[in-house]
Design a protein around this ligand. Structure first.
Ligand code: ACO
Length: 159
């Protein structure tokens, strides 16, 4: 697929492949939490020629619901459609694999991400109060706002 004039490919990472931690930690600064969910997740990448420019991680929550646990695009490639491309591809993957809903959690301070997910059909369905203050050692700030609560957004998967 072509994203803003760049040829990008979507692929599933094999277990023996090196993990793109630089990207994974951009979305989630806790390596302990990342390592915990990676064990049971499917990891997909967006590649430009041989360079991994984006990553997305799918974690099966239940037999019917899958969660996007992590999504990140290299800063130099952000704002060019790669994040949307990754989300649209995992929506297709989840649908083909029989899931009924897909969800994603993000901080109250992640204003741009909340815009992106809602634009792609996700709706806020839950709030995990104090998730970021309870689970992360250091305070996290974005857009001048402290990340305190996790907003959970859900999208039905319809063929
Ligand atoms: N701030 C403002 N606007 C944004 C942001 C942001 N952080 N992210 C996306 N958008 C907007 C874009 O401007 C664009 O708007 P438009 O369609 O009106 O032009 C739209 O959302 C689509 O953007 P894409 O280009 O498809 O997204 P991108 O390739 O930039 O990837 C991503 C989005 C993955 C959030 C990227 O910005 C990133 O890696 N951020 C750092 C890591 C991060 O915060 N990850 C998410 C954490 S939550 C989690 O992982 C479950």
């Amino acid at each position: 697929m072509t994203v803003k004039n760049q040829h990008i490919t979507f692929a599933r990472l094999n277990r023996e492949d090196e993990l793109p931690y630089e990207l994974l930690l951009l979305a989630d600064p806790s390596k302990d939490l990342v390592d915990k969910y990676l064990e049971q997740s499917d990891i997909f990448t967006a590649k430009q020629i041989d360079e991994i420019i984006g990553v997305i991680v799918l974690f099966p929550l239940t037999a019917e619901t899958v969660e996007i646990k992590n999504i990140a695009v290299k800063p130099a490639f952000q704002g060019q459609g790669t994040g949307s491309y990754l989300i649209k591809n995992v929506i297709r993957f989840a649908l083909l694999n029989g899931y009924k809903t897909i969800c994603i959690g993000t901080a109250n301070s992640s204003v741009g991400q909340l815009y992106l997910y809602q634009k792609l059909g996700f709706e806020i369905t839950d709030i995990k109060r104090n998730f970021f203050t309870d689970n992360y050692a250091e305070p996290i700030y974005e857009n001048g706002i402290q990340a305190k609560h996790m907003l959970v957004l859900t999208r039905p998967l319809i063929a």
